[in-house]
Design a protein around this ligand. Structure first.
Ligand SMILES: [Zn+2]
Length: 303
C-alpha cells in the first residue's frame, strides 16, 4: 500500500533525524555541525497533489461586509476555489461583497431569502424564498449557479420538488465544521481535517455570515495548508452538485501568474468530474446534524 509505504518513509525520516540529533550530542570530531542536520520540513513528506482526492469548501449565510472580502482574499491568495451559498436579504444589504465573490470566479448559490426551515413553509412560500433570492442576485449583478442549499440542511420530498420546479439543485455537505458552536480557528480547522476522507466526496460546511465567522475564516488557511500536505486538492461544485475538477493552477499554485482577470482564477478546466464517481444527488445530512441545527440558529445569532 502506498500509505503504508509513506508511513514507513515518515518513520525512517524521523529515525534518521533522531540519529543525527543524537550523534550531534557526542563529543569529538564526529560531532555534527548544525548545518549537517537535515531539515525535515513537512513538505519533505507531503503527499503528491490530489493523490488523496478533492475537497469542496462551501460557505453559507453571507455575504458579510467584513468576513466575505477577507475570505475571498485568503482563497484567492492560495488559488483555492470555493462555493458561497448566499442569503438573499443579505445580498441586498451587502451587494458589493456578494459581487466580489462572483467577480473573483467563485461559485455562488442560493441559500433562500430569509433562512427559514423550508419544510415548514407552503409550496408558494418556498418558491418565493428561492425566486426572491434570484432577484436579489440580479439586482446586485451577481452571476450565480443553479445550486441551492436548504437552511439547516432541512429538506423533504415536497421541498425537493419545489426546488426542482425552479430549476435549482439542492446540495448539502459531508463535513460539518460546527463553526457556529464556537471554537478557535485551530479548533475549527481540526474538526474539518479530522472528517476529511481520501477519495470520498468531501463537501465542507463553514459560514462567512455568523458570529463566529472571524474564527471560521481564520481556520481556512490552516485547512488548506494541512489538507494539501495530505494530498488533497480543492474544487468547486458544478450545477449538478458534482465535484468540479479544478484548473491546474489551483492544484499547483506556482503555475499562476500574477493577478488574472475577473473570473479567470478558477475557470472550468473543461472536464467535469471525469474519471471519478461523483453522485449527482446531494448527500443527505446525518440525523445528528438535523437535530443540531434545529436546536440553534446560527443565522439569527449574527444580528
Ligand atoms: Zn445557513
Amino acid at each position: 500500500m502506498k500509505l503504508a509505504g509513506r508511513a514507513r518513509l515518515r518513520r525512517a525520516v524521523a529515525l534518521l533525524g533522531g540519529l543525527v540529533v543524537s550523534s550531534s550530542l557526542l563529543p569529538g570530531p564526529a560531532q555534527a555541525t548544525p548545518d549537517a542536520v537535515p531539515a525535515v520540513a513537512p513538505a519533505a513528506v507531503a503527499a503528491a497533489p490530489c493523490s488523496a482526492g478533492y475537497i469542496a469548501l462551501t460557505f453559507d449565510d453571507g455575504p458579510s461586509k467584513t468576513q466575505t472580502p477577507r475570505l475571498v482574499q485568503i482563497l484567492k491568495d492560495r488559488r483555492v476555489p470555493a462555493t458561497f451559498f448566499m442569503v438573499g436579504s443579505r445580498v441586498d444589504s451587502a451587494p458589493a461583497a456578494g459581487r466580489l465573490v462572483a467577480r473573483e470566479g467563485f461559485v455562488v448559490g442560493n441559500h433562500t431569502w430569509s433562512h427559514p426551515q423550508l419544510p415548514s413553509l407552503s409550496d408558494g412560500a418556498v418558491h418565493k424564498q428561492l425566486v426572491d433570492t434570484g432577484m436579489a442576485f440580479r439586482r446586485a449583478r451577481i452571476p450565480h449557479s443553479r445550486l441551492m442549499r436548504p437552511p439547516y440542511g432541512a429538506i423533504d420530498a415536497r421541498v425537493r420538488r419545489d426546488i426542482a420546479q425552479v430549476h435549482l439543485t439542492p446540495v448539502l455537505w459531508t463535513v460539518d465544521s460546527r463553526d457556529w458552536t464556537g471554537g478557535t480557528s485551530g479548533q475549527i480547522a481540526d474538526r474539518i481535517l479530522r472528517q476529511l476522507r481520501p477519495h470520498q466526496r468531501n463537501v465542507v460546511l463553514q459560514h462567512d455570515g455568523i458570529n463566529n465567522s472571524p474564527n471560521s475564516v481564520g481556520a481556512v488557511p490552516i485547512v488548506i495548508r494541512k489538507a494539501r500536505q495530505r494530498g488533497f486538492c480543492f474544487a468547486d461544485l458544478d450545477d449538478d452538485a458534482r465535484i468540479h475538477l479544478p484548473s491546474a493552477r489551483s492544484i499547483i499554485p506556482s503555475l499562476g501568474s500574477g493577478a488574472p482577470g475577473p473570473g479567470a482564477l478558477f475557470a472550468p478546466a473543461g472536464a467535469q468530474g471525469a474519471g471519478r464517481s461523483a453522485p449527482s444527488a446531494p448527500t443527505a445530512p446525518s440525523p445528528r446534524s438535523k437535530v443540531r441545527v434545529a436546536a440553534f440558529d446560527p443565522f439569527f445569532a449574527l444580528r
